[in-house]
Ligand binder design. Structure first.
Ligand code: GLV
Ligand code: MG
Length: 325
């Protein structure tokens, strides 16, 4: 290990994160009862400009009056380039800050963006004498945000998670797609002809680089990496395939832009019984190996060593966290 220790964000379950437009009070009520891990009440892109003020009022009321149970509750404020932003922070944190766990900052571009919101939230919390501190989630969804990712991730000790906002990221980088998340048939490899002259099209994942980069930076700063939206809510298989790719790279969860996606996210981001069983088997085998003074042994025909202990512990700890609710 490096001599530099990495502080870890508070441990929260974040397998699923439901987006709920603040302009729709029926959706807010439904969201409070849903089985989701984290819910973000949206003031930004799901709310039309004419509805912004009412959405803010709805969210304040919903935070104060609805029973959110043990869910983590977040608000997505408007971007720092809009005049809605300061009122989103001041009004919601002042009037409903005790039930608010997180603030999601969209289109974050620089560490100074984080600093600005941190300053505002700190002053409000101090003035209101709140005991609990509000954490930050950042949506990485612009070329600038991706370029400045390490500085953003380290910019505040309120930071808890980084999210890949595929729709805005595609717009910002001028990627050639108009759907929200998932693969693109143009992003493929065409194999050379085989002996019979046949060629195959192998689809690739055009989002591999930004998600992999976000995972590395998040983990290097003790934050949770979370995959963002998948727009086609009538394609559960497509959603699960995208979620599995993100989980394989190290993401802890994925957004649900429709309630039907919550269970799909839980299915993918909850370690299976088989995985937990295998992880426990590795821990047991390594315990024995270490008693015998060995650093590496074989288990079911495969090499395992001391790094395998760390991998297995991550999985077992995650399963315990989920079982503990
Ligand atoms: C999320 O905000 C996105 O732009 O994908
Ligand atoms: Mg966005």
């Amino acid at each position: 290990m490096s001599f530099k220790l990495i502080d870890q964000a508070p441990a929260r379950l974040n397998r699923s994160e439901l987006a709920v437009p603040g302009s729709n009070t029926a959706f807010l009520e439904k969201a409070a009862k849903s089985p989701v891990d984290v819910v973000f009440l949206d003031l930004e892109d799901a709310v039309a400009p004419d509805d912004k003020v009412q959405a803010r009022k709805n969210i304040i009321e919903a935070l104060n009056d609805l029973d959110w149970g043990t869910k983590t509750v977040s608000i997505r404020i408007n971007g720092l380039d809009t005049h809605y932003c300061y009122r989103d922070v001041i009004d919601v944190v002042e009037q409903a800050g005790t039930r608010l766990d997180l603030i999601m900052i969209p289109k974050v571009g620089t560490a100074s963006d984080v600093y600005a919101i941190d300053m505002l939230v700190t002053q409000i919390e101090d003035n209101m004498k709140y005991k609990k501190r509000i954490g930050f989630e950042h949506i990485i969804e612009t070329a600038l945000g991706m370029q400045n990712l390490p500085e953003i991730a380290a910019a505040s000790n309120r930071n808890e998670s980084l999210h890949f906002g595929v729709a805005d990221y595609a717009a910002s980088t001028k990627a050639r797609t108009t759907v929200i998340g998932g693969p693109n048939e143009d992003y493929h490899v065409l194999t050379d002809p085989d002996a019979d002259g046949n060629r195959e099209v192998h689809w690739g994942d055009m989002w591999h680089y930004p998600i992999a980069k976000m995972v590395v930076v998040a983990r290097a700063n003790g934050l949770r990496p979370i995959d963002g939206p998948f727009g086609d809510f009538s394609d559960p298989d497509g959603y699960k395939a995208q979620a599995k790719r993100a989980a394989t790279l190290g993401c802890e969860g994925k957004w649900a832009i429709h309630p039907s996606q919550i269970e799909l996210a839980h299915e993918v981001f909850t370690p299976s019984e088989k995985e937990v069983e295998r992880a426990n088997k590795i821990l047991k085998a390594m315990e024995e190996a270490q008693r015998e003074g060995k650093g590496a042994v074989s288990l079911d025909g495969r090499l395992i060593d001391i790094a395998s202990i760390r991998q297995a512990e991550v999985l077992v700890k995650k399963a315990e966290q989920i079982a503990g609710g």
